[in-house]
Design a protein around this ligand. Structure first.
Ligand code: SF4
Ligand code: SF4
Length: 427
């Protein structure tokens, strides 16, 4: 972090009024049984102590900063505009630089760096473009559909979380096995083995492409050459690596003449829109989410959308869509345009949405992350919806886990898939 930025963050923290508004909305403080040191106000105090030299970087201290979903719910509520997610990310960076992570978390860091470099966060770059094999996407536009390795490879993430759940604290073994599998090049075998899990995430990409074609949007897709946005490097606190990666990604985009990105995954969208301009001088690439494009088409042209029967749908605003990309009205424009769809607004919606329990915490502190997911899905189930909808692969994973845990009848359906299911043949 630049000295100037660190000083301004430290200065900002001096204005904390200790009002506790941030505590009231932190999903991980709630999930960690209100232990003050893993809440936003506690993190702020620890951050100041760390940078004033009163506490030393250690694995125990790391736990306090890594039990944060970088969701920015606290920032929306803070009267002083303090964003504790920034505090968490900067503290993580300082702890990494002091070499004070425990061996497992160090392994996660190494794996993220190599995954992102290879073009896929899960190290599955060899299969990342497989979803687009049988669809026709032209490759000659300065507007690029950015498919995101979280969407193309999230089935690996789901498998990882499933295995962790089943076999308890086996992370070290699992990380070693996964690294070994990648080295041996058996990822293609894994991809076939994942079957239905892959289809679940990748079908939203196919539907996005079909919708863009239907709406006459000219776009291309970079396929195997699509880089990873590097969001995980940023949230994990690997800021030097993120800065270097972001510059490389921008250079690659410019060489390919990219002027506009269309994303489905709001995490990539939020990082391109909100973090890249801070790390890449001259960043000038426009970023759009697919819901903005659909909402725009509905308002301008009126598309006929209809579900076959009356369906109650609750929409969960992903943190990155609502608070990083500032998109809250467009999903509602889209859902309200679907005949037979009854939209239910959950508690904590729009900019005040509550994190799904993901944010990277799911791979490190599973129990806390799962409690946060269950808390959020309990809120989403008020009104007894048939469908819980959103548009983020991490929210999808966590909401599905929450639904299973609570034994709900509701299904998780991505908003793009809902639109695709509602299109009449003539529209
Ligand atoms: S960013 Fe989210 S998880 Fe982190 S302290 Fe703020 S409210 Fe809590
Ligand atoms: S909401 Fe802001 S001012 Fe209030 S305790 Fe939290 S960080 Fe401090």
């Amino acid at each position: 972090m630049k000295e100037k930025d660190l000083n301004s963050l430290m200065k900002k923290l001096q204005f904390c009024e200790h009002c506790g508004f941030c505590r009231a909305v932190c999903p991980f403080l709630e999930a960690a049984n209100m232990e003050e040191s893993v809440g936003p106000r506690g993190r702020k105090t620890l951050f100041l102590s760390l940078f004033e030299g009163n506490v030393k970087p250690s694995p125990r201290l790391a736990q306090k900063f890594y039990m944060c979903g970088v969701c920015r719910a606290c920032a929306v509520k803070c009267p002083q505009g303090i964003d504790i997610s920034e505090v968490s990310v900067q503290a993580r960076n300082a702890i990494i630089k002091a070499n004070a992570l425990n061996p497992f978390m160090k392994k996660v860091a190494d794996s993220l760096v190599s995954g992102v470099k290879s073009g896929d966060i899960f190290g599955a770059a060899a299969t990342k473009a497989k979803w687009a094999e049988n669809i026709n996407i032209p490759n000659s536009s300065d507007t690029v559909f950015f498919a995101s390795c979280m969407d193309t490879s999230m089935a690996y993430g789901e498998l990882l979380v499933d295995v962790l759940e089943k076999f308890g604290w086996a992370e070290n073994t699992l990380m070693s096995l996964s690294g070994f599998a990648q080295k041996l090049g058996v990822i293609k075998f894994f991809d076939t083995f994942l079957g239905g899990k892959n289809d679940f995430y990748r079908k939203s990409l196919v539907n996005t492409v079909n919708l863009l074609n239907k709406l006459n949007v000219k776009f291309s897709y970079l396929g195997d050459e699509e880089p990873c946005c590097g969001a995980a490097l940023h949230t994990y606190g690997l800021l030097d690596e993120f800065a270097e990666h972001a510059k490389k990604v921008y250079k690659a985009f410019k060489e390919k003449g990219v002027r506009r990105l269309i994303v489905h995954n709001p995490i990539c969208g939020g990082v391109f829109k909100d973090e890249y301009p801070r790390y890449v001088d001259g960043w000038d690439i426009e970023v759009k989410h697919i819901v903005e494009i659909i909402a725009d088409a509905i308002e301008k042209n009126g598309i006929r959308l209809r579900l076959p029967e009356h369906t109650k749908v609750v929409f969960h605003d992903p943190c990155y869509l609502a608070r990083f990309m500032n998109i809250v009205e467009e999903p509602r424009i889209v859902l309200k345009a679907i005949e037979n769809l009854e939209l239910i607004e959950p508690p904590n919606n729009k900019r005040e949405t509550k994190c799904c329990g993901g944010g990277g915490v799911e791979l490190i502190y599973r129990d806390v992350s799962m409690r946060a997911a269950v808390n959020r899905v309990s809120e989403l189930s008020i009104g007894d919806p048939d469908i819980i909808s959103s548009c983020c692969p991490v929210c999808a994973l966590m909401i599905k886990k929450g639904i299973k845990n609570l034994n709900l009848k509701a299904k998780y359906v991505d908003i793009v898939d809902l639109v695709a299911n509602s299109l009449s043949p003539s529209s």
